[in-house]
Design a protein around this ligand. Structure first.
Ligand SMILES: Cc1ncc(COP(=O)(O)O)c(C=O)c1O
Length: 370
């Protein structure tokens, strides 16, 4: 057995103990009803799979340009022009998923001691990456409504505040921010010259109202979207980013010295994906959302989530989320306690990205336990 080796100090700031505990508990489960998964239960659309296979067969297997193929960047750019009415050409960087874009962006922008405002509960990667860069995550609670509050954000601003991270539709809450809410956040960001990172990976999963992007409201937005959720391409590692030119240039340079480029065959297939109609899956997921709401609104007081494929559900009165999740796991249902996504242990995250049958079984058990 090799001797252990001294690890860089920055790694001490990373901690995966919350989620590890859940998976340790889950390890003994046999054929669990898994309502913890953060990826679609449908497969990559067939034309996309076919194009990736054909790209490999025709030898499209080498490095691409660091910033991504001209064809995929043009396809993304065309979509941006249509959606936002932008007439100037925006720089687009193709990344290894939104995760890749987040890492490149944070490393490019955050100085040690810089503060980054994150709305809590949040996708855990944000705080870890900010810490890794030596930055300070400043978490603003959105409990219990999960609506963003611009006044609270304004109160949290200091001379060191550099960035705001917005994630709508939100993982883990499923909240979709309205135009008025985003405009209020943008106003505070504008006043203080902040960069807004808008993680829009769930933009295709909005069930009650059209999706509104921060990028249409605030000029200093670093807009990130991906293929993982919309087209179920989680393992293909493909995303993209657009925003202020100088930030994109630094991110591209860093990509050159790190990821090099996003996978070539995924980029080829990404062009096909952008033309695929996924409305059938959106309808399926809206129905699943409705199933969850119908089952849990009364017994647990769940408010209807508007997007993504998560519900962030209050634990029954008198129990912490961890206690309830432990009981759920003992009863073969895997869900995640809210303290994985925040400092509060009052809610649990349920993913409804699973079959109707499994979802119905899982909901039945949770309702009984509640
Ligand atoms: C809010 C959010 N952002 C980013 C990601 C990472 O996505 P990708 O697969 O594009 O790296 C996820 C994945 O779960 C997510 O939930």
């Amino acid at each position: 057995m090799p001797k252990s080796f001294p690890i860089a100090e920055r790694m001490a700031k990373l901690d995966a103990s919350g989620i590890r505990k859940v998976f340790d508990l889950a390890a003994a489960m046999k054929d669990p009803i898994n309502l913890s998964i953060g990826q679609p239960d449908f497969d990559v659309p067939e034309p996309v799979r076919r194009e990736a296979a054909e790209a490999i067969a025709r030898g499209f297997n080498k490095y691409t340009q660091t910033q991504g193929t001209a064809e995929l960047r043009a396809a993304v750019g065309k979509g941006l022009a249509e959606e936002f009415g932008w007439t100037d050409e925006r720089p687009v960087l193709i990344t290894s998923g939104v995760s890749g874009a987040l890492l490149l962006a944070f490393l490019s922008v955050i100085n040690p001691g810089d503060e980054v405002i994150i709305l809590e509960p949040y996708f855990v990667m944000y705080s870890h990456l900010v810490n890794l860069c030596g930055g300070v995550p400043v978490c603003i609670s959105t409990y219990p409504s999960f609506r963003p509050d611009a006044d609270r954000m304004a109160e949290a601003i200091t001379p060191r505040t550099k960035m705001l991270v917005v994630n709508s539709p939100c993982n883990p809450t499923g909240a979709v921010y309205t135009q008025a809410e985003l405009e209020a956040l943008a106003q505070v960001a504008r006043k203080h010259g902040l960069l807004v990172v808008s993680d829009e990976i769930y933009n295709s999963f909005c069930y009650d109202a059209p999706f509104v992007s921060m990028a249409g409201l605030y000029e200093h937005t670093l807009l990130m979207r991906g293929f993982s959720k919309t087209y179920a391409m989680t393992g293909w590692r493909l995303g993209w980013c657009t925003g202020p030119k100088n930030v994109l240039e630094k991110m591209t340079m860093l990509q050159q010295y790190s990821f090099v480029c996003a996978p070539s065959m995924a980029q080829a297939a990404g062009i096909v994906a952008l033309g695929v109609d996924v409305s059938q899956h959106q309808d399926q997921y809206r129905r699943k959302r409705d199933m969850v709401f119908a089952a849990l609104a009364r017994p647990l007081g769940l408010a209807k989530p508007g997007g993504a494929f998560y519900a962030f559900v209050p634990a029954p009165k008198g129990q912490t989320a961890t206690q309830f999740v432990t009981r759920a796991i003992q009863n073969n249902v895997l869900i995640i306690p809210g303290n994985v996504f925040s400092t509060q242990d009052t809610h649990f995250r349920l993913s409804y990205a699973t079959s109707d049958e499994k979802l119905a079984q899982g909901l039945g058990i949770l309702v009984k336990l509640a």
